[in-house]
Each structure stands twice: as C-alpha cells, then as structure tokens.
Write a protein that binds this ligand. Sequence first.
Ligand SMILES: [Zn+2]
Length: 302
Amino acid sequence: MKKTHSVQCNLCNKNQTEHISNKGQFDIPLDVVICTNCGLSYLNPRWNKQSYMEFYANEYDSFYRPEIYKKRTTREEVNPIIDRLTSYNLFPHEINNVLDIGSGEGRNLSALQNEFNGASFFAIEPSKQSQSLLEKAGYKLVSSDVDSDWDQANETKYDIVIMRHVLEHFLDPLNILTKVRNVLADGGILYIAVPNCLKPTSNLELSWFRIVHTYYFNKFTLENLVQKAGFKIDKIIDGDSHNKGELVVVVSAANKPIAPQIKSEHFKIQRDFFVDRLKEEKSFKFKIKKLTSGFKRKLGIQ
Ligand SMILES: [Zn+2]
C-alpha cells in the first residue's frame, strides 16, 4: 500500500490550488492540481518519498522501460541531445566530466561517449537493474538517490549534466536544480527535457497524467524554476522534429538566482488549456480513439 502526503507549490511555496483531474495512466489513482498563483501543475496529495523509491527501485522499469528486458537493437539512431546541442552550438569548449541524472541503462551516456571518448561518465539512477547495466558499461554511479547529499560528497565538477525526462519525476525539483548548479564546472551546461504540458501528444487521463510525473511543466513554469535555482537560459526549444510535445531548455550558471516572475496569465493559460483539452477528450471523437488504443494494448500491438 502506497502512503501519500500533501506538498506546497515547488515554485512559489503557496498552497492554493485548483483540482484538474483524478485520472491517470494505468488507472493508478492520482490528483493533478494547478497552483492558482504561479501556474505550476503538480500531483497533490501524492505518494511519499519511500513509496516512490520502492516503485523506482523495483517496479518502474517493468512499466516504463520494457526495452531493458529486450535485446538492444544495433541500429544507430540520431541522439536528440547531441543533435540539438550541435545544431545550436551549445557544447562546452572543454568536456571532461558528463553526468546523466536518471540515466536508465545509459543510452545517452553511451551516445555522448562516442562523441567525447576521453571524458569520464557518471550517472545517478535508482533502478537496480539499470545500475548493474551502467556498471557493466563502465559508468560511475554517483548515487542511487538524487535527493541524497551526492553533491556534497564528491568533488567532481561536471561540464555537461543531462536531465532528460526526469525533472517532472522529482519530489523537489528546485532543490535538485540547486544541487546541480553547485556541481556545474565553469562554462558547463545543464540540458533539461520535459513533457510540455501546453502541447501534450497523448490523451491526458489515459497517458499524459501519470503517478510518476509529480510535476507538469510548461515554458513559463520551467523558465521561472531554473532561474530561481540560479541558472540562465541559453536556449529554449518549444517542440521540434525530434519531439513536438517536448520542452527543452539548455541552461548555464547565472551570477545569482532570479525570483520567479509570477503572472496571472501563466495560471490562466495552463488551466484553460487543461479544461478545454479534458472537455475535448470526453467528446465522442476522443472516446473512439481511447477505445481503439485500449483494444490495441490488449492485443499487444501498440
Ligand atoms: Zn505556485
């Protein structure tokens, strides 16, 4: 049985929310709310730390990384991280240490290793199965728990830190971002990719809202959060050919944190989007789509 608790807004510390939905992927009960002050969406109440840690250590891979149980394909795919950093000329001049937070089995590290063979590669990853694969590949595990004091325990400074689809999973994203800010090398960059909650590419209550996504970012809330953690934005990619529903920011250290710019339209834009989209999904057209995808899933052809 999972234990739950309530939390305040990670961006503005207020505790004033509007309820958006209580339905999510795999029919696991959840509560999506939106902060009426700053517009950040999140789960509240939500599972406590221990419940999430148990889920990530033992259950997450079977739900979300089925490929880990299969043989890896040999086909080389273009890595979106490398492609974007190259296209926008955002790679640091010197690359000695690379850290991937929530690395999974290490696909991004492996792609980056092909590009920067002389560098050292590090990971933070809670899944036991992924940890053993990382170890086999020769990557160093910094910690299995991103909420621990891993930033204080090691003296390594990182030139590239990757957080690909992990920020939305954290219990305290601001705190993690602040830790990353402390371990970034001079001239280093942090690459963040999250689902864009103003451009969801799937049904909200069938797949977009999920128990592991504790936060739901858009360009306003993500920009405010990274600035509050002491970063400046070098590039923001609001969907591209790699992924239309993905929001990517590449940031580097700022001189000092910037207080969030709270605007009432940030709340209104996201709230209205969710309300309209949920209404649309309840319409006939969306119900048919949902039925079809349910059948496909049952038949194992999705
Ligand atoms: Zn807020």
